[in-house]
Design a protein around this ligand. Structure first.
Ligand SMILES: *Cc1c(COP(=O)(O)O)cnc(C)c1O
Length: 375
């Protein structure tokens, strides 16, 4: 085993407690999509439940079903599918479903029809109406909402569905004060008012992702949906400089495969983009872009820590390895630990800043290593 991704599930549990404290008037949905942002779906979900998450949320229906298969019996919402979603299984599993279009509603009603009495009345699927208040991604545009609501009400009145939620998602929550936040909130309130006028009695209204949970308590409504913050990576600055009391859960480390002296003027890695300026010692790190180390982190942008010191990546990142220049006085040995992400080295956010992405992508990518480890 050349790489080790370890996840501190205690940190996820503690972070969930912190987020619950930030949203004392709302319930909390732990967003565990994309294998819990690379942290492991089932284990992260368990930690989130232990920390107080009343809900779990996954984009992929397969992940919602996997949570049930692993014994989670609580409220779970899933949202990303077209009319070909696995609705028979989702309805049977009692998963809360998002609906933002008539074709998806018809497909859900098809599954309800096939399930017969098992999915009627108090056993009918619980639906959350997804309104596109401005993100321009999933959800029903406000102009189509009246029709969708009328169809939902008709199905509800036949006992085929329960309309329990209305929800939306913000485009700019990570830029507190951005004018679209209040515009989206106003559009959301209008949609809620329309549902109310039509006699829909909602259990949960929800809008807030991590950034909104941390910065806009006035927009918590009945339920907040933090993802990235639960993994210890707040997407907004804490004015108190305390990271809102959240701590990163993912650690990525490996061991030096080779340490060797080379003379001055020696090219390093493909294309010799890095050339040693003096006699020095190189360290070979056995992880590359096939493992989640972005190729864009080469050329000194990405850094790793060895023995408490940080070293930039020398030259290009290869498929399964890269090199660091340990300097002429290096004391490191083959087998020494190399921290790619951890409290004793760079953070996922450092990697993101180095290559011009967001830490979400860094943890998702490195999280892929967890599966390989399991092989
Ligand atoms: C991913 C996602 C979230 C969580 O977002 P974070 O920024 O990670 O907190 C919440 N709601 C929806 C609909 C999402 O897709």
């Amino acid at each position: 085993m050349t790489a080790h991704v370890s996840v501190d599930y205690g940190a996820i549990e503690d972070n969930m407690r912190v987020l619950c404290a930030h949203a004392p008037t709302a319930e909390v949905m732990a967003v565990v999509k994309a294998d819990a942002y690379g942290h492991g779906l089932v284990e992260a979900a368990r930690a989130a439940r232990a920390g107080g998450a009343a809900w779990l949320g996954t984009a992929q229906p397969s992940e919602a079903l996997s949570l049930r298969a692993h014994g989670d019996t609580g409220r779970v919402l899933t949202w990303l599918y077209g009319p070909d979603g696995p609705f028979d299984a989702l309805v049977a599993a009692g998963i809360d479903l998002s609906v933002g279009s008539l074709p998806v509603l018809e497909a859900i009603l098809g599954a309800v029809g096939r399930a017969g009495a098992r999915a009627r009345g108090e056993h009918a699927p619980r639906l959350h109406v997804f309104v596109d208040t401005g993100l321009g991604r999933e959800g029903c545009p406000p102009a189509l909402l009246p029709d969708l609501l009328d169809r939902l009400i008709a199905a509800r009145d036949e006992g085929l569905v329960r309309v329990v939620g209305m929800w939306s998602h913000l485009a700019w929550a990570d830029q507190p004060g951005h004018p679209t936040i209040d515009l989206q909130a106003a559009a959301f309130r209008e949609a809620l008012a329309l549902a109310d006028t039509k006699g829909i009695d909602l259990e949960v209204r929800h809008l807030a992702n991590s950034a909104c949970t941390l910065t806009r308590p006035d927009l918590h409504f009945d339920l907040v949906r933090p993802g990235i913050a639960m993994y210890g990576l707040p997407p907004v600055q804490d004015p108190d400089g305390r990271r809102f009391g959240l701590r990163p859960a993912m650690r990525v480390a490996t061991r030096l495969a080779l340490v060797k002296p080379v003379p001055a003027g020696h090219g390093v890695s493909y294309g010799h983009e890095y050339v040693t300026e003096r006699d020095t010692v190189l360290g070979l790190v056995p992880l590359g872009y096939a493992d989640g180390v972005f190729r864009a982190a080469g050329g000194g942008r990405g850094r790793v820590a060895i023995g408490g010191r940080e070293f930039p990546i020398a030259g290009r990142v290869c498929m399964d390895q890269f090199v660091v220049d340990l300097g002429p006085d290096a004391t490191a040995q083959a087998g020494d630990e190399v921290t790619l992400i951890g409290a004793d080295g760079p953070s996922a956010t450092d990697w993101a800043e180095a290559i011009g992405t967001i830490d979400y992508e860094i943890v998702c990518r490195f999280g892929g290593l967890r599966e390989k480890e399991a092989l």
